[in-house]
Design a binder for this molecule. Structure first.
Ligand code: ADP
Ligand code: MG
Ligand code: ZN
Length: 258
């Protein structure tokens, strides 16, 4: 196929390699490096492979605002921590993030913002999964008429550099759910891989564990939903970011009626 002038990269003229500036110490030794156009293309491939859902495509760290009336102070801290995390990400350190807060505080926005930053400025492979969706895909693979196996679904989840697990605990816990979430988190923990998790559930022990307010009626906690063992595993795998406040969309919807 003949390429039009507009398609040919002016930096490398389509070779994919660009020459580095001449060094005075070695003027004859012209070295080349991968051209920006190839790096951009690779990052676009990584971005597509990350499976960020359409409705979160707009989420960027830069578009997360904490400059609105009544913005909770924890949001600015969370935003800063997210930006710092993306900037300082080191694949040798497997520490991830556990982002906790009520619905609409912007947990998924920050998780996706980090993902995009890691992909576009560092070329890191990332994968986004809604917890419910992931469990559904695994369960679906048991169906004999489906071609994919459980391992087809799990392999990328085990092996990706950075996994986002959105809405951890959102599936009603059963023995199978607990076993599956343990398998995923333990595998990533043992391989020192980074996991970014969001959850609407409070980081509290399961009912019946000493210290929990088991006799008082209370909302379900993260411990109830994923089991106490996995909740404490998360504390080893992740730094915790708590986001307080009300649903961002509600705040803005009511503001626009004033
Ligand atoms: N502080 C914020 N600045 C800009 N957009 C926000 C902010 N908080 C939430 N949003 C937007 O509101 C919607 C809900 O946020 P989301 O991240 O899905 O919340 P959560 O995951 O905590 O339930 C998304 O479209 C998100 O982009
Ligand atoms: Mg969310
Ligand atoms: Zn080029």
């Amino acid at each position: 196929m003949v390429k039009t002038a507009a398609e040919v990269c002016p930096l490398c003229e389509g070779t994919g390699w660009k020459t580095l500036p001449e060094r005075p110490s070695a003027p004859k030794d012209r070295r080349v490096t991968r051209c920006d156009c190839r790096l951009r293309a690779r990052n676009q491939t990584l971005l597509a492979a990350a499976r960020i859902p359409k409705r979160y495509e707009h989420c960027e760290l830069a578009s997360y605002t904490t400059d609105f009336p009544g913005a909770n102070a924890t949001l600015a801290f969370a935003h800063l921590s997210a930006a710092k995390f993306a900037q300082e990400y080191d694949p040798r350190d497997g520490t991830g993030l556990l982002i906790i807060g009520k619905i609409g505080t912007g947990k998924t926005h920050l998780a996706v913002g980090i993902t995009k930053e890691l992909i576009l400025s560092k070329g890191i492979s990332c994968l986004f999964y809604d917890y419910r969706e992931l469990l559904k895909e695994i369960q679906n693979s048991y169906n004999a008429t489906v071609q994919t196996t459980e391992l087809d679904v799990l392999r990328p989840v085990f092996e990706i550099d950075v996994l986002v697990l959105d809405e951890l605990g959102a599936v009603k816990p059963t023995e199978w759910v607990w076993d599956t979430v343990s398998l995923i988190l333990n595998t990533r923990y043992n391989d020192n891989r980074t996991t970014i998790i969001t959850t609407n559930f409070e980081d509290q022990p399961a009912a019946g564990v000493s210290g929990s307010a088991s006799r008082v009626a209370r909302a379900e906690s993260l411990g109830d939903r994923i089991g106490e063992r996995m909740r404490s595993r998360l504390h080893e795998m992740c730094r915790i970011i708590k986001m307080e406040g009300t649903d961002f969309r509600q705040t803005f919807r009511s503001a626009s009626f004033r």
